[in-house]
Design a protein around this ligand. Structure first.
Ligand SMILES: C[S@@+](CC[C@H](N)C(=O)[O-])C[C@H]1O[C@@H](n2cnc3c(N)ncnc32)[C@H](O)[C@@H]1O
Length: 198
C-alpha cells in the first residue's frame, strides 16, 4: 500500500517528480526538462492508439517519457540520450517509479533506426550547439555545424515517415520540422506545437 502511494506521489507536481534525481539534476529541471503538464499534453496528442511507439529525441533524465508512460499505459515510450550520465539517471528513475512501458537508449539519435517509432517528441535538443550559456555540462563539444547537421538529419528522417506521423516540438526553432508537416495546434505562448505529416 505504501509503495502505491509513493508511486502516485512522483506525479503530483514538478518538484515532487524532480526528487527522483540528485540535487544538481533537479537544478537543471526548469531550463532543460519538460514540465509534467507539458509532457502530459504532448503525449495526449502523440498517443494515437494502443501500442503506439513514441520516441523522445534527446531524452535527458527521462522526464517526458516517464510522465507520458504514467498517463498513457496503452502506448510505449522510448528515449534516446547522448549523455551516459543522464541515461543512467533515467534508468534509475524508471526503476524507482516502476514504469513498465518505457525504455531508454544511450547514444546519438543518428545511430538508431527512426523507422521503429510511430511518433516523435522533440524538446529543442540541438539548441545547446548554438547557446552561449546554460549548458547541461561541459562533457561534449558544441558547434553550429553540429546544430545544422542534426537538424537536417532529423528533418530528412521525419520527411521519410508515412503520412499521419505526429510530432510535438517544445521551444523549437523548427529547423528540424520538414515542410511536409502541418501545424495543427499550438499553445503555451506558441512554444508547444503539434504537427502531423500530410
Ligand atoms: C532540452 S533536453 C530535453 C530532455 C527531455 N527530452 C525532456 O524533455 O525532459 C535535450 C537533451 O537532448 C540531448 N541531446 C542533444 N543532442 C542529442 C543527440 N544528437 N542525440 C541524443 N541526445 C541528444 C541532450 O544531451 C539533452 O539531454
Amino acid at each position: 500500500m505504501e509503495k502505491i502511494t509513493e508511486r502516485r506521489g512522483w506525479y503530483l507536481n514538478d518538484a515532487a517528480f524532480d526528487w527522483l534525481y540528485p540535487e544538481r539534476i533537479q537544478q537543471l529541471s526548469r531550463q532543460h526538462w519538460t514540465p509534467l503538464s507539458i509532457a502530459r499534453r504532448a503525449a495526449q496528442f502523440l498517443v494515437s492508439g494502443n501500442g503506439t511507439r513514441i520516441l523522445d529525441i534527446g531524452s535527458g533524465v527521462g522526464k517526458f517519457c516517464l510522465t507520458a508512460a504514467h498517463y498513457f499505459p496503452e502506448a510505449s515510450f522510448c528515449g534516446i540520450e547522448q549523455r551516459r550520465e543522464l541515461y543512467h539517471f533515467a534508468m534509475a528513475a524508471r526503476e524507482a517509479t516502476g514504469a513498465q512501458n518505457v525504455d531508454f537508449i544511450h547514444g546519438n539519435f543518428t545511430q538508431i533506426d527512426l523507422e521503429e517509432y510511430d511518433h516523435f517528441y522533440f524538446y529543442n535538443a540541438f539548441f545547446e550547439n548554438l547557446a552561449s550559456e546554460g549548458h547541461i555540462d561541459k562533457q561534449i563539444a558544441y558547434s553550429t555545424s553540429l546544430y545544422t547537421y542534426y537538424s537536417r538529419y532529423l528533418s530528412r528522417a521525419l520527411d521519410n515517415k508515412p503520412s499521419g506521423t505526429r510530432l510535438v516540438t517544445f521551444h523549437s526553432l523548427e529547423d528540424e520540422v520538414p515542410p511536409s508537416y502541418q501545424l495543427v495546434d499550438a499553445s503555451v505562448d506558441f512554444m508547444l506545437k503539434m504537427w502531423i505529416k500530410r
